[in-house]
Ligand binder design. Structure first.
Ligand SMILES: Cc1cc2nc3c(=O)[nH]c(=O)nc-3n(C[C@H](O)[C@H](O)[C@H](O)COP(=O)(O)O)c2cc1C
Length: 189
């Protein structure tokens, strides 16, 4: 019987001393990662920036069409894969398996990154069922990941390539939850 494991993330440190314009200047893609782990404190900052709650009414750091909050972020690392829950700023484990090689299959060097973030859209939340809406909503999350990584001196690259059929089943996604992008996150070699 699968016992659900939850990790409460530390509160994100929002006191990073860099400006938006410095961050924009530093934003770029990286594909050569060290295996150095990313701490839960740093992961907390990255996930909060990606799609965390930033207001008392539960709204997020990213916009979404009609505020449907369709984008889910999964954290894939050596000890398994987790779904990020913005409301509780926590991670719920979905599998004990290390899925990083399934995500990085065509670019094996990227699998050294200690964290692979996978962005999905729960299309059941979108009344029109428009994949255009899903992709736009995911773009905001992806951009926030790019920017927070630039601000924290972490490397990342937005990627569309991944072994979608295998990943969908390993992440136990519903039929109407589609895979959109992934982001390796780690320290650059
Ligand atoms: C929608 C999208 C999909 C991408 N997919 C991949 C990918 O699968 N693999 C990869 O190495 N880079 C991927 N990239 C990164 C681009 O190649 C990269 O952003 C582009 O070369 C510009 O470089 P820069 O990000 O350093 O400015 C993707 C970027 C976007 C926006």
């Amino acid at each position: 019987m699968w016992a659900q494991q939850t990790i409460s993330l530390p509160q994100p440190d929002k006191t990073v001393s860099t400006t938006l314009f410095t961050t924009l200047q530093n934003r770029h893609s990286d594909r050569d990662f060290a295996t150095t782990p990313v701490s839960d404190a740093v992961l907390s900052q990255v996930l909060w920036a990606a799609t965390g709650v930033n207001r008392p009414d539960g709204k997020l750091t990213v916009p979404s069409a009609n505020n449907v909050k369709d984008i889910n972020v999964y954290v894939c690392r050596q000890d398994g894969a987790y779904k990020y829950i913005p409301a509780s700023h926590s991670l719920v484990k979905v599998t004990d398996k290390d899925l990083r090689k399934i995500i990085t299959n065509t670019q094996p060097a990227i699998a050294d990154a200690p964290v692979l973030l996978v962005l999905t859209s729960d299309m059941s939340k979108i009344r029109s069922r428009s994949e255009l809406v899903s992709h736009i909503d995911a773009g905001y999350v992806s951009q926030n990941i790019c920017l927070v990584c630039a601000a924290l001196n972490l490397g990342t690259v937005p990627r569309m390539q991944m072994e979608k059929n295998t990943l969908k089943s390993e992440l136990k996604l519903k039929d109407d939850e589609i895979l959109i992008l992934n982001h390796p996150v780690g320290y650059v070699k």
